[in-house]
Structures are given as structure tokens and as C-alpha cells.
Write a protein that binds this ligand. Structure first.
Ligand code: NAD
Ligand code: TYD
Length: 349
């Protein structure tokens, strides 16, 4: 039975990846390694936690000895590495946590895989999940391709860029069989409400101000999170060793247009009079070093591996708003921090 390690599986994207792999590949043993930081939430995985091919391991990727021990215990055939500090605003106030987890943590995993697979790399795979933010900021025109030079500008993107470089270094120096993807902004169920889309939905529900940074004309390319999980499955199984693949939704939105769209969807779903929620929009102080525009050219992934996004943003934003309205308990637990008790009840009792 192949053993697959997924790191960060209790987070937003990781939980979708774990669910997809546990359900689609009953022949794999899936080990989800997560430190359960504020962003890790086992309630994201309630529906698969009892699956016979699923194991949860609480651990920190900054703890090299523990990671080496984990590799010795499980004899992994593959790794999909998603664990990270992921929020740009937090990286501005506490950059060191990003260096520790995103850089040191990644190097610890690379080292552990190298030790475990030394002399027998055949059939092994180390898949590093990264972001388009490593490429920096675009003007009005153009797209990030796999050849775009790295130009990270926030502590978050600098830490992810650094981790990408280390992954490539382990490929060239030690022949570790790696593959990397760089994806645009994700949205969908289980997104922690510090990020733009769930924050706006959550604040509309509570009648709170909707903070839009700067002039609101910053642009992001939004991808439905389940399409990212599908892309990760495709790249894990079919991607070429040593290669990088960009993943994007081809769905560019200026923040203000996106927020207004969410307001209108929420008004409709909540039965509000038109334009009720738009009145909550509040322009606030800009994020320092705010990247103006991200846009991905995902043609390599489409042409070489046949992946395409399944839905467009208008549909996805509506599905997301509906999901948050139908999962009030999840949102309340996240807002109150109650989800942190879930681990204690579920695993320590
Ligand atoms: P997230 O913040 O929702 O989840 C991160 C997970 O990693 C959490 O479960 C957390 O507990 C865990 N974690 C954090 N530090 C850890 C540590 N030291 N040891 C073990 N586990 C730890 O993040 P996300 O949005 O799901 O992003 C997952 C990955 O995808 C990240 O590598 C991120 O850079 C990348 N990515 C995210 C996006 C996006 O739009 N969210 C886009 C492209 C790439
Ligand atoms: P975010 O969801 O933090 O993702 P990222 O910074 O990784 O792209 O932010 C998306 C965009 O929304 C970004 O341009 C910053 C902006 N933003 C706001 O305008 N208001 C907010 O409250 C947040 C969290 C983000």
C-alpha cells in the first residue's frame, strides 16, 4: 500500500486535497501531518476522519528530529507539502514565523525525504505546493509563466520563493524527485475568515464594515479550491520530475468588483433589499508593499497534463456564499476559536 504524506491537511486547501485523495485512492494510506496552528481545523475533515486509509499526525515541520522519526515510522512513497504560514498581513507583523515554517520547515521535510529515500528514489515524489506571489506584481498587462523571474515583495512571498529555491536545490544537488506548482488565489468552503472572500461573507452576515484596502483596484486571479485540489492530483500523478506548473483560474477580479459582487449575491441569498450590503463597504489604509495584480498563464498545465478549471468565478462565488450560509456552526466555531477544542475532544479523550 503506497504511503502518502500530506502536510498542512487541516488547513483550507490541504483539507480539500486530503478529502480528494482519501476518497479517490482507497489503495493509498494517507497521513495528514499538521501542527494545528490557528489556521488548522480538524472540523474541516470530519467527513473523512474515520476512513480506514486516513491517519492524522499532529506535529510541527520545524521540528527536524520529529519529522525524521515520522519518515522512519511510515516509509512514505510520496509527499504533498502544503503546510505553511499563508496570510500576507500576518507576515508583515510577524515575518519570523514565516521563515521558520515556510523555509526551515520545508528544508526539514526535504532533508527527511532525502535521508529516507537515499539510494532508492525510484517511484518516489516530493510535491511542493507554492504560490504565484513568488513572481511579484504585474502591471495592467501580461501573465506569470513558469519562466517569469522571481520577484517576491512580502515576507510571505519571500518565504515561499525561498522554499521553492530550496526544493529545486534538492532536485539538482541530491536528485530528490521533486515537482512544484505555483497557484493563484483560491476560494471556496473551509476558507479561514481572515482572507478576503470569507471575511467579506462573514462580515456581511454580521452587518460589519467590509474593509477594502487602498483604492480597491488591486487584482487577483481567483480559482475554486476544488479545482486546485484536482490540479494537485493531476500534477502529483502525471507531472514531470523537476518541473514547475502554474495553476490559475483565468478569473481576474479587481477587489472592489469582487466585494460588490459578493454583496449582491449575499443580499439575494439573505433576502435583503438590493444594495443593502454595498453600504458596508469601507475603504481602509492600504497594505504595505501591496502587489497590484496577479494573473497566471496556466497553458503548460492545460496543454501538457490536460487540467482545466471546472467552474468560473461567478458560479464559484455563489457556491461559496451558499456554503458559508449553510455552515453557520463551522463559521461560529472558527470565529470563537471553539474548533481548537475539537482536537482535544477527538484525539486526547
Ligand atoms: P492555511 O493557512 O489555510 O493552512 C495551512 C496549514 O498548515 C494549517 O492547517 C496549519 O495548521 C498548518 N501549519 C502551519 N504551520 C505548520 C507547521 N509549522 N507544521 C505543521 N503544520 C503547519 O493555508 P492554505 O491557504 O490552505 O495554503 C496551503 C498551501 O498552499 C500553502 O503552502 C500556501 O502557500 C499555498 N497556496 C495558497 C493559496 C491560497 O490562495 N490560499 C494559493 C496558492 C498557494
Ligand atoms: P488575501 O485574501 O489576503 O490574499 P492575498 O493577499 O494573498 O492575495 O487578499 C486578497 C486581496 O484583497 C489583496 O489584494 C488584499 C485585499 N484585501 C482587502 O482589500 N481587504 C481585506 O480585509 C483583506 C483581508 C484583503
Amino acid at each position: 500500500m503506497p504511503h502518502l504524506l500530506i502536510t498542512g491537511g487541516a488547513g483550507f486547501i490541504g483539507s480539500h486535497v486530503v478529502r480528494l485523495f482519501v476518497q479517490r485512492y482507497p489503495q493509498y494510506k494517507i497521513v495528514n501531518l499538521d501542527a494545528l496552528t490557528y489556521a488548522g481545523n480538524l472540523e474541516n475533515l470530519r467527513d473523512v476522519e474515520k476512513a480506514p486509509n486516513y491517519i492524522f499526525e499532529r506535529g510541527d515541520i520545524t521540528d527536524a528530529a520529529w519529522i525524521n522519526d515520522l519518515f522512519a515510522r511510515y516509509q512514505f512513497d510520496g509527499v504533498i507539502h502544503l503546510a505553511a504560514e499563508s496570510h500576507v498581513d500576518r507576515s508583515i507583523t510577524n515575518p519570523l514565523a514565516f521563515v521558520e515554517t515556510n523555509v526551515m520547515g520545508t528544508v526539514n521535510l526535504l532533508n527527511a525525504a532525502k535521508i529516507a529515500w537515499e539510494g532508492n528514489m525510484e517511484g518516489k515524489r516530493f510535491y511542493h505546493v507554492s504560490t504565484d506571489e513568488v513572481y511579484g506584481s504585474l502591471g495592467e498587462e501580461g501573465f506569470f509563466t513558469e519562466e517569469t523571474a522571481y520577484d517576491p515583495r512580502s515576507p510571505y512571498s519571500a518565504s515561499k520563493a525561498s522554499s521553492d529555491h530550496f526544493v529545486r536545490a534538492w532536485y539538482h544537488t541530491y536528485h530528490l524527485p521533486v515537482v512544484i506548482s505555483n497557484c493563484s488565489n483560491n476560494y471556496g468552503p473551509y476558507h479561514f475568515p481572515e482572507k478576503l472572500i470569507p471575511l467579506i461573507i462573514s462580515n456581511i452576515k454580521q452587518g460589519k464594515a467590509l474593509p477594502v484596502y487602498g483604492d480597491g483596484k488591486y487584482t487577483r486571479d481567483w480559482l475554486w479550491v476544488k479545482d486546485h485540489a484536482e490540479a494537485i492530483d493531476t500534477i502529483y500523478h502525471k507531472g514531470k520530475e523537476g518541473e514547475t506548473y502554474n495553476i490559475g483560474g483565468n478569473n481576474e477580479w479587481k477587489n472592489i468588483d469582487l466585494v460588490e459582487n459578493l454583496c449582491d449575491i449575499m443580499d439575494e441569498l439573505l433576502g435583503n433589499a438590493p444594495n443593502t450590503s454595498r453600504q458596508l463597504i469601507t475603504f481602509v489604509k492600504d497594505r504595505p508593499g501591496h502587489d497590484r495584480r496577479y494573473a497566471i498563464d496556466a497553458s503548460k498545465l492545460r496543454n501538457e497534463l490536460g487540467w482545466e478549471p471546472s467552474i468560473q468565478a461567478e458560479e464559484g462565488f455563489r457556491l461559496t456564499a451558499q456554503w458559508y450560509l449553510e455552515h453557520e456552526e463551522w463559521l461560529n466555531h472558527v470565529r470563537s476559536g471553539a474548533y481548537l477544542q475539537y482536537y482535544a475532544e477527538q484525539y486526547n479523550s
